[in-house]
Design a protein around this ligand. Structure first.
Ligand code: MTE
Ligand code: LUZ
Ligand code: MOS
Length: 769
């Protein structure tokens, strides 16, 4: 049995020795040229004139291309076609590419790109989701989901909380930046090595930009040094620019932006602004909820539609909301076009209800864990319909949270922290347990499909190609385990190759945490076809019923016969049996009505919970994460080592989003935090020294690959516990129950502001009483 074992990642050795080949490590062909992009210096302006003479005259420059030089369509948008490759007459954000410069060397191209003289006529710029809402500036129509009579229920509720919340965006900060290397082939062919989560879409947009057919374009990706959603659609601009240059010059062209350009050009997680109102009873049970969420979509639609849909479908998180009114708006701003980032709107949807629940608990003087529990989806088939109409039939949140409460020693530590805070005027500790329920499947049903190709060679070795891309998350390891298991051979006998559009066609992005679910199933399907052929050969050979055959440990046996897998393969070949096969999978039972925002968008839910303990310094706003206990539901894990890594990584990435990672644009709309010197992702010193991650033992009632569950995105939401632990610590500065007005990211500055706001509110209350 190769599935369920903690095998190391197939590239683990290569990652740590530095031998793993990323796109930039592919040996360059002779004659390779290097491109850089010339970027807009204005947030919103008409381009009056472009003078590129100094760029063209710069040392090493071979060519300069503008929008007019694109042979096909000047468009690389994933769904709505409002994303030009190069700005044509109008710029819509600081950093928008206007021209491509191609030179003999990487540095020469970068230096030359700075020399353009561009005359702009500035237009008014919208730089925040609130400003977009005020101006009614949207990239897509509003989405609204209403169930019951929330307005009446809000009026009738004995209590309510009402407020606003701001949650910032997040840069994906993949360690390997965006990169494409385009190599022209004979007869209009174009081979593009691209660091992308979505080779098929890159193939399509490149063909479109070149005015050629998809069969002319081959996109290949062996691995990414991280994607995190940032290479789902946002790899397109680089892929198209490299391919257009290569096609025009008939020479290989590589485009590898430096980090500053990467961050200025590409979209990030959507920041959100919320207005919420939640009615509740004396026990803390929610009676009605209303929220208006404004996403900062940036200048174009990109994936904002599905992101907003996922936000709508995750506002409930783990809670039953009977009367609810959710309005999601995609604000059009003059900023980078925001895009996929781990969680894909789910974290932004769920944090709003958690924020309100935290306030309800404080208002009632209850432990937030008590209020959370009172609102969970029902255990026994009651209170189990989501606002979008899908029934929650696999709920494990009660058992999971009960287990975590005990294993984390929650109640005892709650008392210890209260005692600590009593005795400590400056340092305050906080504790929070937060749950996660996350829907697994692309919320657009048709994307939930995958293909695979499995070859068995005559020496018994197996080569697998599938529609997924490897970004460090371990999809190749898991898929290889599935194939090895199906054929009953050791994992070392199976190898996965690079994602390649010429092997599996029309793949979906490796996204929505579905990579192993979908491609594991497709590869299993292919391997089963081959196993059936081998079964027929062995059954005839042994003169037994095919059902009596067992494939295990590299052999095919009955209780009286045995042949090695490799011997059997040779026999099958001599009998002219097909020893390779394709495989396909489409997730069953999914439907979604975009008009009413209802249906059955998710095949199943993944659950988890985490407890974080923090200490803050109320004089400086500095803080530290002291201990984290996380429990995550991976069903029958395909690979517990990889899944624990996903939980740890997702958690810490979520902590970065909610604490240190602050995107900051100046008043002209220029992103000033465009490198690691100013944009602070978590480092090892930000990780809790006591970090306990466990997998919740469980089986997936949905018929997923070996009853496993996805682990890519949902653990990011476990970081809510760190944010609410900080809020808990801030609240401890006041004797009364005051809700700290904490925004995300809760930087030290934001923490200090909230501490002072609570102190001021306390003084006011003392004066008025
Ligand atoms: N883990 C690593 N190491 N690197 C990544 O880029 N991306 C995340 C998650 N885990 C990512 C990662 C995101 S956004 C998604 S959608 C899933 O992995 C995609 O892979 P999967 O569907 O195979 O889990
Ligand atoms: N839906 C989703 C999507 O849930 N996750 C995604 O990554 C995605 N990407 C494109 C379109 N819909
Ligand atoms: Mo992940 S945001 O779905 O690439």
């Amino acid at each position: 049995a190769e599935v369920g074992l903690a095998h190391p990642h197939e590239s683990a050795r290569l990652h740590v020795t530095g031998e793993a080949t990323y796109t930039d490590d592919i040996p360059e062909l002779q004659g390779t040229l290097h491109a850089a992009l010339g970027l807009s210096q204005q947030a919103h302006a008409r381009i009056l004139a472009i003078d590129l003479s100094a760029v063209k005259a710069a040392p090493g420059v071979v060519a300069v291309f503008t929008a007019q030089d694109i042979p096909g369509a000047n468009d690389c948008g994933p769904i709505i076609h409002d994303d030009p490759i190069l700005a044509d007459g109008l710029v819509q954000y600081v950093g928008q590419p206007i021209f491509i410069v191609v030179a003999t060397g990487h540095d020469a191209a970068r230096r030359a790109a700075r020399l353009a003289q561009i005359d702009y006529a500035p237009l008014p710029a919208i730089l925040s989701p609130q400003a977009a809402r005020a101006a009614q500036s949207y990239v897509l129509p509003p989405m609204r989901l209403v169930r019951g009579d929330p307005a009446r229920a809000l009026l009738q509720a004995p209590h309510s909380v009402k407020g606003t919340l701001e949650v910032g965006g997040q840069e994906q900060f993949y360690l390997e930046g965006q990169i494409s290397y385009a190599i022209p082939q004979e007869q209009d062919g174009m081979h593009v090595y691209c660091s992308t989560q979505h080779p098929s879409e890159m193939q399509q947009v490149i063909a479109h930009a070149l005015g050629r057919s998809a069969h002319h374009v081959l996109v290949e990706c062996r691995r990414m040094g991280g994607g995190f959603g940032g290479k789902e659609s946002q790899s397109a601009i680089w892929a198209c620019a490299a391919a257009v240059s290569a096609a025009r010059l008939q020479r290989p062209v590589k485009l590898r932006p430096d980090r500053d350009d990467d961050m200025q050009v590409s979209g990030k997680r959507h920041g959100f602004y919320y207005e919420y109102e939640v009615g509740y009873d004396d026990s803390g049970r929610i009676l009605a909820a209303r929220v208006e969420m404004v996403a900062d979509a940036g200048f174009s639609a990109d994936l904002s539609g599905p992101v907003a849909t996922r936000a709508v479908c995750h506002f409930d998180n783990a809670y039953f909301l009977s009367e609810v009114d959710i309005l999601a708006l995609c604000g059009k701003t003059n900023l980078q076009s925001n895009t996929a980032f781990r969680g894909f709107g789910g974290p932004q949807g769920a944090i709003a209800i958690e924020y309100a629940i935290d306030e309800i608990a404080r208002n009632l003087g209850l432990d937030p864990l008590t209020v959370r529990r009172r609102n969970f989806y029902g255990k026994n088939g009651e209170r189990n319909i989501t606002p979008y109409g899908q029934k929650v039939t696999d709920n494990v949140i009660h058992a999971l949270v009960d287990a975590l409460e005990v294993s984390s020693d929650y109640q005892h530590r709650r008392q210890q922290i209260a005692a600590f805070n009593q005795a400590s005027p400056i340092l305050k500790k906080g504790l929070a347990l937060t749950p996660v329920k996350f829907g697994i499947s692309f919320n657009l049903p048709h994307l939930n499909q995958a293909g695979a190709l499995v070859h068995v060679y005559l020496d018994g070795s197996v080569l697998v190609n599938h529609g997924g891309t490897e970004m460090g998350q371990g999809v190749n390891t898991k898929v290889a385990q599935v194939v090895a298991h199906t054929l009953g051979i050791p994992l070392q006998q199976v190898r996965c190759t690079a994602a390649d559009t010429s092997k599996v066609a029309n793949t979906s992005a490796t996204a929505a945490s579905t990579g192993s679910d979908l491609n594991g199933m497709a590869a299993q399907d292919a391997a089963l076809h081959i196993r059936h052929k081998l079964t027929a050969v062995a059954a005839a050979e042994f003169g037994v019923d095919p059902a009596a055959l067992l494939f295990a440990d590299g052999r095919v046996c009955t209780d009286r016969h045995s042949i090695s897998f490799t011997e059997l393969v040779k026999k099958a070949y001599l009998q002219r049996a097909q020893l390779w096969s394709d495989g396909f999978y489409a997730t069953p039972d999914l439907h979604w009505d975009t008009a009413t925002l209802t249906g059955h968008p998710f095949y199943y839910f993944a659950y988890g919970a985490a407890v974080s303990e923090v200490v803050i310094d109320t004089l400086t706003g500095e803080w530290k994460l002291l201990r984290v206990d996380a429990l995550y539901d991976t069903g029958e894990s395909l690979n517990p080592a990889i899944d624990i890594g996903q939980v740890e990584g997702g958690f810490i990435q979520g902590v970065g989003w909610l604490t240190t990672e602050e995107l900051w644009w100046n008043q002209d709309g220029k992103l000033m935090t465009h490198s690691p010197s100013t944009y602070k992702i978590p480092a090892i010193c930000d990780c809790p020294s006591d970090f306990r991650v466990a997998l919740f033992r469980n089986t997936n009632p949905a018929a997923t690959i070996h009853r496993s569950k996805a682990s890519g995105e949902p653990p990011l939401l476990l970081a809510f516990s760190a944010f609410f632990a900080i809020r808990d610590a801030i609240a401890a500065v006041a004797e009364q129950r005051i809700n700290p007005p904490l925004k995300a990211p809760a930087t030290s500055e934001a923490i200090l502001n909230a501490v002072q706001a609570v102190q001021a509110a306390q003084i006011l209350r003392a004066m008025s009483s």
